[in-house]
Design a protein around this ligand. Structure first.
Ligand code: NAG
Ligand code: NAG
Ligand code: NAG
Ligand code: NAG
Ligand code: NAG
Length: 511
C-alpha cells in the first residue's frame, strides 16, 4: 500500500470534472452493519511488505533494492527523509511482531521476501545469502509453530537495483532471473508455505516504476514502459507457475496468485457512455493483468485502443506487446486464487479521446475518474472511505473471472496520522463498514470470499510517504531505540472480529 497511489492521476482529473452523481449514490453510504457471522474457516490476518517493515537495508549481506538505491541517490523523493533504511526495524523485532499477531489471534499473516536479502545482486550466479535465507526461515517456522498461516509474496516492489542497469522489468532478461529466485524460494520454503503470490500490484510496479512514476526506479517511458514491464512480469509469472506445476505442486500442494489492486470504477451516471468508460477503467487497471492470467490474453479493448493509437502514430507495432501462442497457453489459468486489494472508489465519466501524439497510459484509457467532494475524506488525498465499492468490486470480479477458486482480500485498511491511538471511530469504523459490505457479498450475493488481511499490523514506511500517514493498528514510535509498538483502539475491535467472526455485539449464524 502506498499513500501516493492514485494521487497524481486523481489530482489532475479532479480539475477537469466535478460530478453530480453523489445524490444518486448517497443511499449507498449505509452505516447498517451485517450481523451474520463470517464463515468459520475464514482467513483473518494482516499484510506487510519487506521494504515497509524490515529496515536493515544493508545488514547481513543484503544487496540494494531499487528503493535502497533511491533512498541514497534521490533522497528528496522521500518525505522528511523518511525511508526504509531502518523504518519499524522488523528485522530486529521478529519475536515482538509475532507476539502482536498472537495477541490479535489472527490465523494468517502475509509477508514479502526481499529478493536482495536472498540474492544480493538479483542473480543466482551472484551467490545465495545464507543469512537472508535463515531470516525468513525463522519467521516462517515461528508462524507455523503458532498456527499462523504464512502468505508469502516473492516481490513486493523491491526488485534488485543491480538488474536495473540492464533495464529491470523493461528487459526480458529479468524473466530467467526471477525464475531462479522463485525456484530457490520453493526449494527452500515450499514445504512450509501453502499460499504464494509472485508479485504485488504489478500495475504499480510497472506504471509507477516505468511509466508515470509513483514508484522506484522511475525509469520512465510514458505510454510504453508500463506495457513492456507488464508483459515481462506476466511472462515471468506464467513461467514460474509452470515450474511450480512441474516440480513442486505434487509434493507441496500450495496455491499461487498475484496480488492485484483496483480502485473501484463506478459510472457517475447510468448513461451508456459512462458505463462503458467505467468498464474500460476496470479493464485497463485490473484486466490488464487479470485477463491474461485467467483467459490467456490482454482485454480486447486494450489491444484495440493501444493498437489503434499506435498505428495512428505510424508506429509499426502496437505499444502493447503481443503474447505468442505458447505464452498464452502458459498464462491461461495461471492463478489458483484471486488476490485482490482495494481501498477506495472513483466515479467515472466518459471523455473525448486524448490526442494520439501524447503517449501515456492515461491517454490510452481516456476516462475522467474522480471522487466527489462530499465523500468522507482521509489524510490521503486519493482515499475517501467508500465501503460499498468493496461489494461492487467483488461482484464484478465474480461476474468477470469467476469465484470458484476463491477471492482473497489480501489488503484493505485506513490511512491516518500515525500518532493517533484513538482510532475506533476512524480506522475501526472503516474496517467495520468495508467488512460489512464484504459480508453482504458473501451472504447476499453468494460470492466465495475466503479471507481478509488488514493493512497493516504496525505503522510502516509508506514508500515515498514515510510514516507521515500510516495504516497500522499498532503505533510505532519511530524515534525510540527499539521502535516501540503501542496498540491503537482498533486492535481491540479487530481482535473481536477475528475471534468471533462477528462485526457487531450480537451475531446470528449463517443459514
Ligand atoms: C440481525 O439482523 C436482522 C436483519 O437486520 C434482524 O432482523 C435480526 O433481529 C438481527 N439479529 C440479532 C440477533 O441482532
Ligand atoms: C538486457 O539484459 C542483458 C543481460 O541480461 C544485457 O546483456 C542486455 O544488454 C540488456 N539489454 C538492454 C537493452 O539493456
Ligand atoms: C503518418 O504517415 C502519414 C503518411 O505518410 C502522414 O501523412 C502522417 O502525417 C503521419 N502521421 C504522424 C503522426 O506522423
Ligand atoms: C499533438 O498534436 C497537437 C495537434 O493535433 C498539438 O497541438 C500538440 O502540440 C502535439 N503534442 C505533441 C507532444 O507533439
Ligand atoms: C530495547 O531492547 C533491548 C533488548 O530487548 C532491551 O535490553 C532494552 O532495554 C530496550 N530499550 C528500551 C529503551 O526499551
Amino acid at each position: 500500500m502506498t499513500i501516493i497511489k492514485g494521487g497524481l492521476i486523481l489530482s489532475f482529473i479532479c480539475l477537469i470534472h466535478r460530478g453530480t452523481a453523489q445524490t444518486t449514490l448517497g443511499h449507498l453510504f449505509s452505516e447498517e452493519v451485517s450481523n451474520i457471522s463470517f464463515p468459520k474457516n475464514f482467513k483473518w490476518g494482516y499484510a506487510s511488505a519487506a521494504y515497509q517493515v524490515e529496515g536493515a537495508w544493508n545488514l547481513d549481506g543484503k544487496g540494494p533494492s531499487v528503493w535502497d538505491y533511491d533512498a541514497r541517490n534521490n533522497p528528496d523523493w522521500f518525505i522528511n527523509g523518511q525511508n526504509g533504511d531502518v523504518g519499524p526495524d522488523g528485522y530486529h523485532n521478529v519475536d515482538v511482531d509475532i507476539e502482536l499477531l498472537l495477541r490479535q489471534k489472527v490465523n494468517t499473516y502475509r509477508l514479502s521476501i526481499a529478493w536482495t536479502r536472498i540474492l544480493p545482486n538479483g542473480l543466482l550466479s551472484g551467490g545465495i545469502n545464507q543469512k537472508g535465507i535463515d531470516f525468513y526461515k525463522n519467521i516462517i517456522t515461528k508462524l507455523r509453530a503458532n498456527n499462523i498461516e504464512p502468505v508469502v509474496t516473492m516481490m513486493h516492489w523491491d526488485q534488485p537495483r543491480a538488474l536495473e542497469d540492464n533495464g529491470g522489468f523493461l528487459n526480458e532478461s529479468i524473466i530467467p532471473a526471477f525464475l531462479d529466485y522463485a525456484t530457490l524460494l520453493w526449494e527452500t520454503y515450499g514445504d512450509d508455505v501453502q499460499w504464494w503470490t509472485t508479485f504485488n500490484e504489478p500495475k504499480q510496479i510497472c506504471g509507477g516504476g516505468y511509466d508515470w512514476g509513483w514508484s522506484s526506479p522511475q525509469n520512465l517511458l510514458p505510454g510504453i514502459g508500463s506495457y513492456i514491464c507488464g508483459h515481462n512480469l506476466l511472462r515471468a509469472h506464467a513461467k514460474a507457475y509452470k515450474i511450480y506445476n512441474e516440480r513442486f505442486r505434487e509434493t507441496q500442494k500450495g496455491k499461487i496468485s498475484v496480488n492485484l489492486d483496483l480502485t473501484w470504477q463506478e459510472p457517475a451516471t447510468n448513461s451508456p457512455e459512462d458505463e462503458e468508460a467505467a468498464e474500460r477503467g476496470r479493464l485497463f487497471w485490473l484486466g490488464w493483468f487479470a485477463h491474461p492470467m485467467v483467459f490467456g490474453d490482454y482485454p480486447e479493448i486494450m489491444k484495440q485502443r493501444i493498437g489503434d493509437r499506435s498505428r495512428r502514430l505510424n508506429l509499426t507495432t502496437s505499444r502493447l506487446p503481443e503474447f505468442t501462442e505458447e505464452e498464452k497457453e502458459e498464462l491461461k489459468d495461471s492463478i489458483d486464487f484471486f488476490a485482490i486489494q482495494m481501498y477506495t472508489t472513483n466515479l467515472v465519466t466518459a471523455q473525448e479521446d486524448a490526442p494520439v501524439n501524447e503517449t501515456s497510459f492515461d491517454n490510452d484509457l481516456s476516462i475522467n475518474s474522480y471522487q466527489p467532494d462530499d465523500w468522507p475524506t482521509t489524510l490521503s488525498s486519493w482515499f475517501r472511505v467508500v465501503p460499498w465499492g468493496a461489494r461492487r468490486l467483488l461482484n464484478w470480479i465474480r461476474d468477470t473471472y469467476g469465484d470458484e477458486k476463491g477471492i482473497f482480500i489480501t489488503e484493505n485498511g485506513y490511512p491516518d496520522d500515525q500518532t493517533i491511538l484513538e482510532d475506533m471511530d476512524t480506522r475501526g469504523r472503516c474496517h467495520k463498514l468495508y467488512l460489512s459490505n464484504i459480508n453482504d457479498a458473501i451472504y447476499k450475493d453468494k460470492i466465495n470470499v475466503i479471507g481478509y488481511l488488514a493493512w497493516s499490523l504496525i505503522d510502516d514506511v509508506e514508500w515515498y510517504g514515510g510514516w507521515v500517514v500510516t495504516f497500522g493498528q499498532y503505533n510505532v514510535d519511530f524515534t525510540s531505540e527499539n521502535k516501540t509498538r503501542t496498540p491503537k483502539q482498533s486492535t481491540e475491535y479487530y481482535r473481536k472480529v477475528v475471534t468471533t467472526g462477528c462485526l457487531v455485539d450480537d451475531c446470528v449464524e449463517p443459514l
